[in-house]
Design a protein around this ligand. Sequence first.
Ligand SMILES: [Zn+2]
Length: 62
Amino acid sequence: MSQKFNARIVCPYCHTPLAVADLEEATLDGCPCRICPQCATVLVSQVEEGAAMADTELAFHG
Ligand SMILES: [Zn+2]
C-alpha cells in the first residue's frame, strides 16, 4: 500500500516508466523541474507540491 505514495510516471514522449527519483533535476525560469533522462523532455515541475495537490484533487473526485 505504501507504494501508492511512491510517485511513478510514464514519460508521455518516450513512454519510459520512471520513478520521480530517476528524473534529472533542472531549473527552468527559476522553477525546479524534472527532466526525463531518456529523452530530455521536461515532465513536471515542483514534483513534491504538485503531487500533494494532485492527491487532494483526486480525493475530491473520488
Ligand atoms: Zn522520455
